[in-house]
Design a binder for this molecule. Structure first.
Ligand code: HEC
Length: 137
C-alpha cells in the first residue's frame, strides 16, 4: 500500500492552526528550509525569536540582541551557534545548507548596526560542521 499524503495535511493543519509559528515548527522537524539569501533566512527563521530589528526579546525566554552584538566580530561563532544550537536556541545544522548559513551569518554581521565586512564562505561553514551530528555526541 502506498503511503498517503498525511505529512502534507498535518503541515497544512498546523499552518492554519498556529499561523507562522506553526509553520516554523513544522519546518524545523521536517527538513530543509526553502529560503535562499541571508535576508530570506533571517526573515523566515531567525526573526521569530531575535525580532525583525534583531534587538532580541524577553518573554517566554531571553532572546539575545544580534544588533550591535560584539560576539559577531568573528564569523565562526555565529556559524557554530546556528549549526549546533546553544541552550534555548535550536540547532539548524541539519535544516540549513552551508550556503544558507553563510548567507545569514553575513547578513546579521552586516546589518542591524553591525558593519563587519569580511565574509564567511559556504566552504568555511562546511569546515565548522561537526564530524558527527550533535545528537550523536
Ligand atoms: C527558537 C528561537 C530562536 C531562533 C529561531 C533562533 N535563535 Fe538564535 N538564539 C536564541 C537564543 C535563546 C539564544 C541564546 C542562547 C544562549 O543562551 O546562549 C540565541 C543565540 C544566538 C546567537 C548568539 C548570540 C550571542 O551574543 O551569543 C546568534 C549569533 C544567533 N542566535 C543567531 C541566530 C540566527 C542567525 C538564527 C536564524 C538562523 C537564529 N539565531 C534563530 C533563540 C533563537
Amino acid at each position: 500500500m502506498k503511503p498517503r499524503a498525511l505529512p502534507g495535511a498535518i503541515a497544512l493543519a498546523s499552518l492554519l492552526t498556529f499561523g507562522a509559528s506553526g509553520a516554523l515548527a513544522q519546518d524545523i522537524f521536517t527538513g530543509a528550509f526553502p529560503q535562499k539569501t541571508g535576508e530570506e533566512v533571517y526573515k523566515g527563521i531567525c526573526q521569530g525569536c531575535h525580532m525583525p530589528d534583531a534587538k532580541g526579546a524577553i518573554g517566554a525566554g531571553a532572546y539575545p540582541a544580534l544588533a550591535g552584538d560584539t560576539k559577531l566580530q568573528g564569523s565562526a561563532y555565529p556559524a557554530m551557534v546556528i549549526i549546533r544550537g546553544q541552550k534555548a536556541m535550536p540547532s539548524f545544522g541539519s535544516n540549513l545548507g552551508d550556503d544558507q548559513i553563510a548567507g545569514v551569518v553575513n547578513y546579521i554581521r552586516s546589518n542591524f548596526g553591525n558593519h563587519y565586512t569580511d565574509k564567511i564562505t559556504p566552504e568555511d561553514v562546511k569546515a565548522l560542521r561537526p564530524a558527527k551530528p550533535p545528537s550523536e555526541e
